[in-house]
Design a protein around this ligand. Structure first.
Ligand SMILES: Nc1ncnc2c1ncn2[C@@H]1O[C@H](COP(=O)(O)OP(=O)(O)OP(=O)(O)O)[C@@H](O)[C@H]1O
Length: 277
């Protein structure tokens, strides 16, 4: 993917990278400061359609801030975020999700007392549950009941896909860390996204469920979904992503195939003393 004139050790920034396919997500010259702290400093990169792209970097590199600027939790000071050709910079998180760019969310406290099934029923946008109670006319009732039947079907398909059928009736608050992550991803899938952004999806997950989560991510990717994974753990990204973006001190330090990035001197230096590369 890199420019032929670019040395592998000096991974090409996005602007020099020849992108072969569709590029749903583009981040250009993103900058975000907090008082005197420059958290993201002129970061630019792109994510190709159908790819499993990893965003890594040592502590404080600006990954979470970038993630939050993309998903609408933060408004960048400058720069643009474009999703499927549309400028979504500074939009609200719900507006961005409606566009099909969906991030996983921790299960909110009020949802912890609901079962896995109820959590999934409530996940989709324009959710019809509330309408069900409001509908008074006979015609509308029939339509809403049909929509609810379809929603239930989709919930069960999702439960089967994520292999959480055995805990379908358990309250979300009783789930283990890994089960919660599966539910978080299942909830995101219920919104019918085009692209998923996962922030440390494997943090606090035991090895068995970690494998299951990764399998599901790969399955979904094969179905055509695009993923951007933000991870501190370099090994997870190197083993699972085909394209890796490395941030350091708020900027994109390098990007490319895992093997190339792993051997990049600047990346090794940035990670030195942090984790073993
Ligand atoms: N809300 C905030 N207020 C002030 N400074 C912040 C805020 N959020 C992030 N920062 C600072 O911005 C810089 C980048 O932080 P960020 O959390 O984006 O990095 P990160 O790569 O996600 O790090 P980590 O892997 O440790 O989570 C850090 O210096 C951090 O202290």
């Amino acid at each position: 993917m890199s420019d032929a004139t670019t040395e592998p050790a000096e991974a090409a920034p996005e602007s020099e990278r020849s992108l072969s396919g569709d590029v749903p997500l583009r981040v250009e010259n993103l900058r975000k400061t907090f008082g005197g702290i420059v958290a993201v400093d002129d970061a630019s990169f792109a994510v190709e359609a159908g790819s499993l792209t990893g965003l890594i970097g040592p502590n404080g590199a600006g990954k979470s801030t970038t993630f939050n600027c993309i998903t609408g939790a933060h408004t960048p000071d400058s720069g643009t975020v474009t999703f499927q050709g549309e400028d979504i910079t500074g939009r609200r998180p719900d507006q961005i999700a409606t566009e099909g760019l969906v991030r996983t969310f921790q299960i909110a406290r009020e949802l912890e007392e609901m079962t896995v099934l109820e959590n999934l029923m409530l996940a989709p946008q324009g959710q019809i549950g509330e309408q069900l109670w409001r509908s008074v006319t006979p015609g509308a009732r029939v339509e809403v009941i049909e929509q609810e039947r379809e929603l239930r079907e989709r919930v069960w398909e999702t439960v089967d896909f994520f292999e959480i059928d055995h805990i379908a009736h358990d309250e979300a608050g009783t789930l283990s860390g890994g089960q919660r992550k599966l539910l978080e991803m299942a909830r995101a899938m219920m919104t019918e996204p085009d692209m998923l952004l996962l922030d440390e999806p494997l943090a606090g997950v035991n090895p068995t469920l970690e494998e299951k989560l990764l399998e599901r991510i790969h399955d979904l990717r094969e179905q055509g979904y695009t993923f951007l994974l933000v991870e501190h753990d370099m090994d997870v990204i190197m083993e699972n992503c085909e394209h890796v973006i490395v941030m350091h001190q708020g900027s994109v330090l390098a990007e490319g195939e895992p093997s190339m990035v792993k051997n990049n001197d600047r990346v090794i230096e940035a990670y030195l003393g942090e984790i073993d590369v």
